[in-house]
Design a protein around this ligand. Structure first.
Ligand SMILES: [Zn+2]
Ligand SMILES: [Zn+2]
Length: 382
């Protein structure tokens, strides 16, 4: 991939060196840029980092080569990007190499040659898988054990992932002479890449396995037992180690991530491990006090309403909330009681209320602000 000419930055600017910089200054500037922008070191902005890394690498591959640098100084980008000028250059090789390196998630060490030549290339783990699971509010509260079915690539059971027909054996890879990796020298560092012919195995197969057609893998649906602990919430991510896709050449498998989504409940609202609900009580229960039954998530709970309870009062039932999925204590259940004003009265009830009204004195004046709602909220959440 080549960038359009007008968007290409000056190579000296890219490496932040002067036009008279020495070879050592250029080398050290590139090393600094490469350290800074290596995609593995910038996982949160991988694409930007990769772009910067490539840009610096391209600049370095020109400025570190006296002939190319001379051409660049005289003709600019046109001087070094001429197609097919007998110069294999970076456009065709180094870029493809880096592509492979990034694709393989090679570490920094491999690129900078410290580990080059020391045996097998590091093979990446298998891919991680994600499974989205919807739970009812109750299931999330109680926890559950269930089976999930995951379609994934598994090692072929006939050839055990080798891709070779059983009994046919394999031959040493011609491309890498059995080493599994290829080395290139580019500027001051060595590049080691996994051999594309054998994918790093060092061996190629003589006859393909008929089950997997030589791929070593087959699509399979795995059934996995999953235990969801009680008290989980939406966005909880659970890792099931080793249940992702298998790695190449015996590398460890990836992990399976189960991402939970919990449906809302018609009565209960949750905040962390605490539950909130609103319960209507009658006007006389509020005035005289009563013991009422509150339908909790784990069965009915008794709640004593004291005499003279105001509408909107909030009572706490300690430990009647949700369990902590990490094994800590339980949350609380908060009950907001609402005294209902009777809306439809019989003649007899109306007469009794009128009689009561004559004996009750209430001053119809605004109440002070700090004795209301906000005060109560402060008591509870403060
Ligand atoms: Zn097979
Ligand atoms: Zn090979």
């Amino acid at each position: 991939m080549t960038m359009p000419a007008q968007s290409k930055r000056d190579y000296y600017d890219v490496l932040a060196v002067s036009r008279t910089a020495t070879a050592d200054e250029i080398k050290s500037a590139y090393r600094k840029a490469a350290m800074k922008w290596h995609p593995d070191r910038n996982p949160s902005q991988k694409e930007t980092a990769e772009g910067k890394f490539r840009e610096a690498t391209e600049a370095y591959s020109v400025l570190s080569d006296a002939k190319k640098r001379g051409a660049y100084d005289r003709f600019g980008h046109a001087g070094v990007s001429a197609v097919g000028g007998g110069d294999a250059g970076f456009n065709h090789t180094i870029f493809e190499e880096f592509q492979d390196i990034f694709g393989d998630f090679f570490g920094f060490e491999e690129i900078f040659g410290r580990a080059a030549g020391s045996g097998r290339a590091r093979t990446p783990r298998g891919a991680d898988l994600r499974y989205d699971m919807r739970l009812t509010f109750e299931e999330a509260a109680m926890g559950l054990t269930t089976k999930i079915r995951i379609p994934r690539q598994d090692l072929c059971h006939v050839c055990k992932g080798t891709g070779a027909k059983p009994g046919t054996g394999s031959a040493t890879c011609e491309t890498c002479k059995g080493k599994g990796q290829l080395h290139y020298q580019q500027g001051f560092f060595a590049i080691t890449r996994t051999c594309p012919a054998c994918q790093g195995a060092g061996q190629t197969i003589r006859e393909k396995c008929t089950e997997c057609r030589g791929r070593g893998r087959v699509e399979q649906t795995r059934s996995i037992d999953v235990r969801i602990p009680p008290g989980v919430d939406s966005q909880t991510r659970m890792r099931v180690a080793g249940e992702g896709e298998p790695g190449a050449n015996g590398a460890p498998p990836g992990d399976l991530y189960i991402v939970l989504e919990v449906k809302d409940h018609p009565f209960f609202e949750r905040r962390g491990a605490d539950l909130y609900c609103t319960i209507p009580i009658s006007f006389s229960q509020a005035a005289l006090g009563a013991e009422i039954s509150v339908p909790g998530l784990f069965g009915d709970e008794r709640l004593a309403i004291p005499e003279g309870t105001q509408t909107g009062s909030i009572f706490r039932l300690k430990g009647k909330g949700l369990p902590d999925p990490h094994g800590g204590g339980k949350g609380d259940l908060y009950v907001n009681v609402r005294a209902l004003t009777p809306a439809k009265l019989t003649r007899e009830q109306r007469r009794l209320l009128q009689q009561l009204g004559e004996t009750l004195q209430v001053e119809n004046r605004p109440v002070e602000r700090n004795s209301t709602f906000f005060e109560k909220m402060k008591d509870i959440f403060g």
